[in-house]
Design a protein around this ligand. Structure first.
Ligand code: ADP
Ligand code: MG
Length: 627
């Protein structure tokens, strides 16, 4: 695959005066900010020396918004106003939210969801902006001046809506985003693996809310992302929930019987226990605050291991799929980088090390590694770094395409294509004299539009009326370095153009990304058959429609009665078999009709040539032929 150098508009690679730039890991659970000082990256702590900023925002009263640990204090007393895991809601709709797992009162709005708090409605972009502002202020103070640019990381699986929502949050926070960077890519950079000669690297990132696996290829100091995979709804939060369910069963209380604040308190206790288990064999959870027959519960390593084993198995399944996408096997991997707080769990380390058959790279604190890589990337893009030859090639997580006749998808950019990327394809008109074209941009792996995700609709007008199939419309898909998509349609003779920047209204269903991939594998054969069927029907319908129009216009003049009725007989026959689902019969009937009408088509052609010849000089004609 060809490598592209990623340069950012407005960022000079030659300007060597040091710019104040930062890297931000905007996490579901925790967020961090880092910068490169005198060539070495460091996390910027708050005044108390804390590096992790809990991604929590409290909207308690009209005057004060609290962020981080200050906000977390209200989690128990005032859970509805204490927004947590807002990243899960970025760029998503009300239908994506499972009321069982959501601790917040959410309401549907025209552009997604909002949380209902004491301060009124707050959307996920505003809440994320509060987190970004807090980190930005922290950096301003530490670096003694305004921040000129930031690299913000996002999970590799974020779709366009989610990436756009992140950009919007940054804008609200007054940050100049140099670029969005996939979290696993940042982690590989943090490990400085570019100093090695070459190698294949797997980045396993299990955080609070998402799981990402990426396969990176390193050669001659260049990183290339071969493939990414994962699950947008798998992380420490889910481990907490599993452990919570187990514990509630153990003490004999139905999960729904606990009131909101107690449930939250219990979840918090379970989380503390889980984290403590990475340093000890067993922990005891105090359950005396709920009325149960047990006042405490002991949780051992073994219990945790067995509770989370289905979840770990799911991550391994995603790893296998990603290796397959990258076209390599587990034995080809040279390094495995562990990222995210949940990778501290001992049994996860054991399982993953076993799966890859090697020791894991976990030298850098798994909480910090993404922010550090982001800071290094910001430093390079701002031109501060002495080595600006590291290229990061990211990929598109899902295929992007356009709807064609009959509800089929024509993929323009395949999934796992390195970005930034521009791909163009030519389309034409279906009907004679057609002057407009509706474009429907979709995302997904399936063959039929109905099985894919709709991203946007737009229209191109002013196509000069021409015979069906002779207009040439170039449709260009461009994905920039931040993963944002713009689609342009251009009619070639007039240069008329229409375009759209895709900001899909709402995001995907919970877990849809992974099911999209699973569905595309399990339905592959059906999809191909369905596609063939639709293509055949479109072809047959087109033949019928154009013949009907031609008969109407020229039938009487060019064919005698029996010739006409023979054609009409075969047309009726084709109309009838089209009602069936038997593709072979439809194909045969179409072929017979095409054959029978060949003679008619030839007569029409002859006549139009004769008409064209009338009153024209030979030189005019040869000019036309030659043009
Ligand atoms: P995110 O990237 O989603 O913000 P982080 O990488 O900060 O998440 O990881 C947060 C998750 O890691 C939380 O679910 C937290 O409970 C979990 N975690 C942190 N430390 C440990 C630990 N020692 N053992 C198990 N899980 C941990
Ligand atoms: Mg993370």
């Amino acid at each position: 695959m060809a490598l592209m150098k990623i340069t950012e508009p407005g960022v000079s690679f030659n300007d060597r005066s040091t710019k104040r730039v930062i890297g931000i890991d905007l996490g579901t659970t925790n967020s961090l900010v880092a910068t490169v000082k005198d060539g070495s990256p460091e996390i910027i702590p708050d005044k108390e020396g804390c590096e992790l900023l809990p991604s929590v925002v409290y909207y308690g009263d009209a005057k004060q918004v609290s962020v981080g640990t200050d906000a977390l204090k209200f989690a128990e007393s005032n859970p509805a106003d204490t927004l947590m895991s807002v990243k899960r809601f970025l760029g998503r709709g009300i239908d994506d939210i499972d009321p069982e797992t959501s601790m917040h009162n959410v309401t549907s709005t025209s552009d997604g969801v909002s949380f209902v708090t004491a301060m009124g409605e707050v959307n996920p972009i505003q809440a994320s902006a509060e987190i970004l502002s807090t980190l930005s202020r922290r950096a301003n103070q530490s670096l003694k001046g305004d921040i000129e640019g930031a690299v913000i990381t996002v999970p590799a699986y974020f779709n366009d809506a989610q990436r756009q929502a992140t950009m919007d949050a940054a804008q609200v926070a007054g940050l100049n985003v140099i670029r969005l960077l996939n979290e696993p890519t940042a982690a590989a950079l943090a490990y400085g693996l570019e100093s090695k000669e070459k190698g294949l690297i797997a980045v396993y990132d299990l955080g609070g809310g998402t799981f990402d696996i990426s396969i990176l290829k390193l050669h001659a100091g260049v990183f290339e992302v071969l493939a990414t995979g994962g699950d947008t709804s798998l992380g420490g939060d889910d481990i907490d929930l599993l452990l919570y369910n187990w514990l509630m069963e153990d003490i004999g209380i139905g999960t729904a019987d606990l009131e909101f604040s107690m449930r939250r308190q219990m979840l918090a206790a379970v989380k503390v226990a889980k984290e403590a288990l990475s340093n000890s064999e067993s922990v005891v959870v105090d359950t005396s605050f709920v009325k149960a027959h047990k006042t405490e519960v002991k949780i051992t390593q073994d219990i945790l291991t067995s509770i989370i084993s289905p979840l770990v198995a799911r991550t391994i399944l995603a790893c296998r799929r990603c290796l397959k996408d990258a076209g390599i096997t587990v034995n080809d991997i040279d390094n495995v980088v562990m990222v995210g707080g949940s990778t501290r769990i001992v049994s996860i380390q054991t399982s993953i090390s076993e799966f890859f058959g090697r020791e894991l790279l976990s030298g850098i604190n798994p909480d910090n590694v993404v922010a550090i890589g982001a800071a290094q990337q910001a430093d390079i893009l701002a031109g501060n770094a002495s080595m600006n030859d590291i290229l990061l090639i990211d990929v598109t997580p899902l295929s992007l395409g356009i709807e064609t006749m009959g509800g089929l998808v024509e993929k323009i950019i395949n999934r796992n294509t390195a970005i930034p990327v521009t791909r163009a394809q030519e389309f034409t008109t279906y009907k004679d004299g057609q002057t407009g074209l509706k474009l429907h941009v979709v995302q997904g792996e399936r063959e039929l539009v109905k099985d894919c995700r709709s991203l946007a609709h737009f229209e191109l007008f002013g196509i000069p009326p021409m015979v069906a199939g002779s207009a040439r419309i170039a449709v260009t898909f461009q994905v920039d370095a931040d993963g944002l998509l713009s689609v342009t349609a251009r009619e070639k003779t007039t240069g008329r153009e229409a375009s759209i920047n895709v900001q899909p209204a709402l995001g995907l269903d919970e877990g849809e990304i992974s099911t999209i991939l699973e569905a595309s594998f399990s339905n592959a054969e059906d999809d191909i058959n369905a596609r063939k069927m639709v293509e055949q029907r479109v072809h047959s319908r087109h033949l019928l429609d154009s013949l009907a129009a031609a008969l109407e216009k020229d039938g009487d003049g060019l064919l005698n009665d029996s010739e006409q009725s023979e054609v009409r007989f075969l047309m009726d026959k084709l109309e009838n078999v089209l009602l069936s689902k038997e593709i072979e019969k439809i194909k045969d009937a179409t072929e017979s009709l095409a054959k029978k009408s060949e003679y008619f088509a030839m007569l029409r052609m002859d006549r139009s040539v004769r008409d064209a010849l009338k009153g024209k000089s030979v030189s005019e004609l040869s000019e036309e032929v030659g043009s």
